[in-house]
Design a protein. Structure first.
Length: 666
């Protein structure tokens, strides 16, 4: 038998002795001991007995208590402190509190107490301890203010959730009392799940050691939380776990987005604090922006070390106490490397997970989920985790919120698919370099200080339609290993004043938490020039552009704007853009290469096919692709390879579509 259970049962034996004495006293003065309906009604004799009062004389158990506690002292010296003692220390219980707790607990550990308590309560249906029975067993007057105060809502037993009242509407002395099952399970040496916390409890984050850890430790105090203001890729949860570990505490992690609307905030916070204290843990809860204010207020003053996380600045109205507010840094390369090494035991030997995911802003939880997704996919495919598999796992962590506002494209192109002059290719590679190393240059080296500027990268692609602007954006996304999100202007532009800005704010907010490239195609529709103010519409249009200028500057992601008419964009954008790349119409040599690329490897070609003749005509890359598809349809319809005649006919139709006079094709 464990020391926990031996000590607990020893103390319960003292409760049994008190019960035996009280039962004997009741039997001596029982006016109707043989009444088969005893406890179901009150006879005149019973009423007389009630009016006369019944003596209570609890036995002197001092010596037996000393023997039991001496044995517990020995166990504590041996490093096995009984659970009852831990609970008394953790919850700050007095000796009277402990005796009350044991008296109420007895029926849950020994069925005999149910029947005995029913007899002593003069009610066969009331088989739990009542306040009156507790006082009788302990020899405490029912009017003793000190004893009654132990049942106050702010007293340790009630505030800690160690005792609950089952019938609060009854008079005080007749209220039934019970010990919650998780407390009982703890006292006998085990643990039980709190039903109220079941949905909200999530696995604790992995421990991340860093400089902020010491500040969190100094800020942790029961009744005053530490608030970590999160951003994508920050190390906050891991640092909080490290701080708890340094205090020899586990982590009770709660996802506040999973709370139901009818959750009682006081009961939830008390239950969470009870579980944390029983398990020697601190509470890590968030995000605060998704939680009801009443829940935050209750958690903030919980009598246990608590860390709250969230994106917004702490609002003083959220709690009656002022938390220690800290801004966690992003995970360093060393921290990411340590996490990846621990989470990817089945990776290829040469995999540098930190380098493969350097363009992703992943927090501790996202790294864990990415590793799990990559490992699962590798197991299904019967391979080890490679860089491609790992990046696919990272992309799977993007939420669906942005997809309601933008079209998601998983890149399926590469640099080989681009046909551009060397200067444009060099600028595109520079854009990829900026995106890959922006955290190091902007954050670590402080190259963009002050002004609330973000660490984002923005670029403008200009040029006529079909010159490769959108394709280049997809290539950049492929190079970085992320998805491309094309903003749907139909979901953004609104005829009502102020709505367009709200829609754009939703786009930028969702994009901040997503690892991807944000593409504003035909950007001049929303990033147009500010004009002279002649009426209210001009004023609001200028406000819209001014908002966009500010929001672009504070954006932390990679944004690409495309336009056919650069002159239509406001000049203030030029200063805020990292790169402006002009896409010219292709020359004849480039058009020849485009024709070859667009026809691809799988389209059958006639031996006499002359791509040089097709390259002679001045078409953009997009027009060439369209014409190549048309020519392939002609060939498929006639069950033969593509011929020069097919290309020339397709080119003629393409010129007609463009509203241009077809040149002499034959």
């Amino acid at each position: 038998m464990s020391s926990h259970l031996r000590h607990l049962l020893g103390r319960l034996s003292l409760v049994e002795d008190r019960v035996r004495v009280l039962v004997e006293l009741r039997r001596r003065t029982d006016p109707a001991p043989d009444d088969g309906f005893r406890g179901l009604y009150l006879s005149p004799a019973v009423i007389d007995g009630i009016l006369d009062g019944r003596p209570t004389a609890p036995p002197d158990l001092t010596e037996r208590l000393a023997v039991i506690e001496a044995e517990a002292d020995t166990a504590e010296v041996d490093g096995s402190t009984p659970r009852l003692r831990r609970l008394v220390h953790t919850f700050g219980l007095t000796d009277l509190d402990t005796e009350i707790l044991l008296t109420v607990l007895a029926p849950d550990l020994d069925a005999r107490f149910e029947q005995l308590y029913g007899y002593l309560n003069d009610d066969v249906s009331q088989r739990r301890a009542t306040a009156r029975l507790v006082f009788d067993l302990l020899g405490v007057p029912a009017a003793d203010p000190l004893a009654r105060g132990r049942f106050d809502v702010a007293a340790p037993l009630m505030a800690g959730g160690l005792i609950e009242i089952e019938s609060p509407s009854r008079p005080f002395l007749g209220r039934a009392l019970r010990v919650p099952d998780p407390v009982t399970a703890y006292l006998v040496g085990g643990y039980a799940t709190e039903p109220m916390l079941l949905d909200a409890t999530v696995p604790p984050p992995l421990i991340v050691y860093g400089e902020l850890e010491e500040r969190i430790v100094r800020g942790l105090q029961p009744g005053r939380p530490v608030y970590l203001r999160e951003r994508p890729g920050s190390a906050g949860p891991g640092l909080a776990a490290a701080a708890f570990s340094k205090l020899d505490l586990g982590v009770l992690a709660l996802d506040l987005t999973k709370l139901s609307k009818d959750t009682d905030p006081i009961v939830f916070a008390r239950t969470a604090a009870r579980q944390a204290r029983l398990r020697s843990a601190g509470i890590l809860a968030g995000p605060v922006e998704s939680a009801p204010i009443d829940v935050l207020r209750a958690l903030a003053v919980a009598p246990v070390q608590t860390v709250l996380t969230g994106v917004p600045t702490w609002d003083p109205s959220w709690a009656s106490v002022v938390p220690a507010t800290l801004d966690p840094p992003l995970l360093t390369e060393s921290q990411r490397g340590t996490l990846w090494h621990a989470l990817l035991p089945t990776a290829t030997p040469d995999l540098d997970a930190a380098a493969e995911t350097s363009t992703f802003r992943l927090g501790v939880d996202q790294i864990v989920r990415t590793a799990e997704a990559a490992t699962t996919r590798a197991e299904v495919d019967g391979v080890l985790v490679t860089g491609d598999v790992l990046r696919a796992g990272a992309r799977s962590q993007n939420g669906a919120g942005l997809e309601r506002l933008a079209r998601r494209i998983q890149p399926a192109v590469s640099w080989n698919d681009l046909v551009l002059p060397e200067e444009q290719l060099a600028r595109l590679r520079e854009l990829a370099i900026r995106a890959r190393h922006r955290e190091q240059v902007i954050r670590d080296w402080g190259m963009r200080p002050g002004g609330g500027r973000g660490s984002g990268v923005s670029a403008l692609f200009t040029g006529e339609s079909g010159t490769g602007k959108t394709l280049s954006a997809e290539v950049i996304a492929a190079e970085l290993g992320v998805d491309l999100y094309v903003v749907d202007l139909a979901t953004v532009i609104d005829k009502y004043i102020g709505e367009t800005e709200k829609n754009l704010e939703r786009v930028f907010t969702e994009a901040t938490g997503v690892n991807g490239v944000l593409l504003f195609d035909e950007a001049d529709a929303i990033f147009g020039k500010r004009s002279e103010v002649s009426d209210a519409r001009d004023r609001y249009a200028n406000v819209e552009v001014a908002y966009l200028l500010q929001r672009m500057e504070s954006f932390d992601g990679l944004a690409i704007l495309t336009t056919n008419l650069r002159a239509n964009l406001d000049e203030a954008f030029s200063r805020r853009l990292d790169l402006i790349i002009h896409f010219p119409q292709p020359e004849e040599a480039e058009r020849l290469l485009l024709w070859d690329r667009c026809l691809g490897r799988h389209v059958p070609r006639d031996p006499t096919l002359d791509l040089t003749a097709a390259a002679h005509f001045e078409l953009s890359g997009g027009d060439i692709r369209s014409a190549a598809v048309t020519a392939a349809y002609y060939a498929a319809a006639n069950a033969r390879p593509v011929t020069t005649e097919d290309l020339l006919t397709a080119i003629e139709h393409e010129f007609t579509k463009l509203g241009r006079l077809p040149p002499g094709l034959r």
